[in-house]
Design a binder for this molecule. Structure first.
Ligand code: PGA
Length: 248
């Protein structure tokens, strides 16, 4: 049985004061969560996460990282830096990175490999746009996205990744995929993973992301292949985030 994972993606939101209140609110209610919980904060606040969350059941991670190990890459953050600040997870290939920063399937695959070699757990994001869904290309698009990653991984490394299915049209829009529709894509993704390593595919967590909130989390998380959530907007309010964790 896969333990559920609820991951908050703060995106480019927060401040020292707001984060302190949010983390205190979450920590106060989470002595022993029945699922794994991670918050993915902007890089400047990872030190704050480390200070506030060390010793709690909540772990923290980053929203992106450099594909390079170190050196002359102005503005980039390396895996070693993330490890220095106690990160366990890193989101890779979020659709906002793909759309606004030109991240290709190939770059996402290389970043995934880099994260794994550093000992970080990559949360690899895939998802189709509305136009792609309407053109009936969903399975093909997410298939290409996940295959690019699978091609660069050893079969044994598969067990160490987390996948997040985030339909682009559902992110931040309030339009959630129906549980059935999300489940269909999760099943497609798990079948793809199984072509690489059938045993490991059963254990890989596949998160759903895209306007998951306290009202729709229960139905989504009840689906057999939905193993948690990657939560944007609802992760910025302690109460909402906690409700989703409780549901999980
Ligand atoms: P949302 O974002 O929950 O605000 O839709 C999810 C995400 O982009 O990870």
């Amino acid at each position: 049985m896969r333990r559920k994972l609820i991951a908050g993606n703060w995106k480019m939101n927060g401040s020292l004061a707001a984060n302190a209140a949010l983390l205190a609110g979450i920590k106060a209610e989470l002595a022993q969560p029945a699922c794994d919980v991670v918050v993915c904060a902007p890089a400047p606040y990872l030190a704050q996460c480390k200070a506030e969350l060390t010793g709690s059941p909540i772990v923290w991670g980053a929203q992106d990282m450099s594909v390079h190990e170190f050196g002359a890459y102005t503005g980039e953050v390396s895996t070693a830096m993330l490890l220095d600040f106690g990160c366990k997870y890193v989101i890779i290939g979020h659709s906002e990175r793909r759309a606004y920063h030109g991240e290709s399937n190939e770059l996402v695959a290389r970043k995934t490999a880099r994260a794994l070699s550093a000992g970080l757990t990559p949360i690899v994001c895939v998802g189709e746009t509305l136009a792609e869904r309407e053109a009936g290309q969903t399975d093909a698009v997410v298939g290409q996205q996940i295959n690019a990653v699978l091609e660069t991984l050893d079969a044994s490394a598969l067990a160490k990744i987390v996948v997040a299915y985030e339909p682009v049209w559902a992110i931040g829009t309030g339009k959630t995929a129906t549980p059935q529709l999300a489940q269909e894509v999760h099943a497609v993704l798990r079948a793809k993973l199984a072509t690489k390593n059938p045993m490991a595919a059963d254990n890989v967590k596949i998160l759903y992301g895209g306007s998951m909130n306290p009202d729709n989390a229960k139905e989504l998380l009840a689906m057999p292949d939905i193993d948690g959530g990657l939560i944007g907007g609802a992760a910025l309010k302690a109460e909402d985030f906690l409700t989703i964790i409780q549901v999980a």
